[in-house]
Design a protein around this ligand. Structure first.
Ligand code: ADP
Ligand code: MG
Length: 227
């Protein structure tokens, strides 16, 4: 009974996530539609048209940012829960983020150890994409984001540490709250998605941050003991 209850809860997390994705993407698209309809009006000036166009373009950017936070790795037929090689999955995420890091003048430094857990690869990659990306975005000037894997007897811990600007206590307390963002074009959804995925995979997390020094995120999962 217990395991059934837990399973149901996890299904709920997954369907909640799916429901919020469509909701989040529909919002900016509805705004774009509205402004396109307004632009059809006969007696609107070029200037107003230009304004509407800019709003529509910004909303489309927002829709893209939301897709990045939720669906970067989505496939038409989602992978199931399976053994996940944490080091391989993290390597994929790091390779994918390298160009983004380069643009920001940030180095990604991996220290990866082989470890296997049970989970869904797409979700796992999305989770760490959002966390590492936030680390990169937190760095002003140059600096590094360190990604390390620590294997214990029954658990594996993934540590993402950045040399970024850090967070205040208040900001830290709001980490993962939907729409909380300190960025000009932030969605405030990436952290929420990461946390939901960690919970879905039966993991735990802690975050420490110091203003002006950096942030460390630790995520722990059960090790899959392969026979
Ligand atoms: P977004 O990145 O779109 O702003 P997120 O949900 O990914 O939204 O993150 C929410 C907020 O948490 C960010 O705007 C930022 O203020 C803070 N944050 C998250 N990760 C870090 C980090 N590594 N360093 C500093 N601040 C962070
Ligand atoms: Mg983010």
């Amino acid at each position: 009974i217990r395991s059934k209850a837990i399973k149901l809860e996890k299904m709920e997390v997954v369907s909640q996530l799916a429901a919020s994705i469509s909701h989040e993407i529909r919002n900016p698209l509805t705004v774009v539609k509205g402004f396109m309809q307004l632009m059809r009006g006969k007696d609107i000036s070029e200037e107003t048209k230009e304004q509407y166009m800019n709003i529509a373009l910004e909303e489309l950017d927002r829709a893209c940012a939301i897709i990045d936070d939720y669906l970067t790795f989505a496939k038409p037929f989602p992978e199931k829960t399976e053994p996940l090689h944490v080091h391989h999955e993290l390597q994929k995420v790091i390779d994918m983020l390298r160009p983004f890091a380069n643009i920001h003048g940030v180095k990604i430094v991996p220290t990866l150890m082989p470890a296997t857990i049970k989970g869904n690869g797409q979700y796992f990659r999305q989770c760490f994409l959002n966390i590492i990306k936030n680390g990169i975005e937190a760095i002003e000037g140059d600096g590094a984001v360190y990604v390390a894997v620590y294997v214990a007897e029954k658990t594996v811990t993934i540590v993402v540490r950045d040399e970024g600007k850090g967070m205040t206590k208040e900001q830290l307390a709001r980490y993962g709250e939907p729409y909380f963002s300190t960025k000009e074009k932030g969605t405030g959804l990436g952290a929420m998605v990461s946390i939901r995925i960690i919970e879905m995979m039966d993991g735990t997390w802690t975050m420490e941050s110091e203003k002006g020094r950096g942030t460390t995120m630790k995520v722990t999962f059960h090790l899959l003991l392969e026979k």
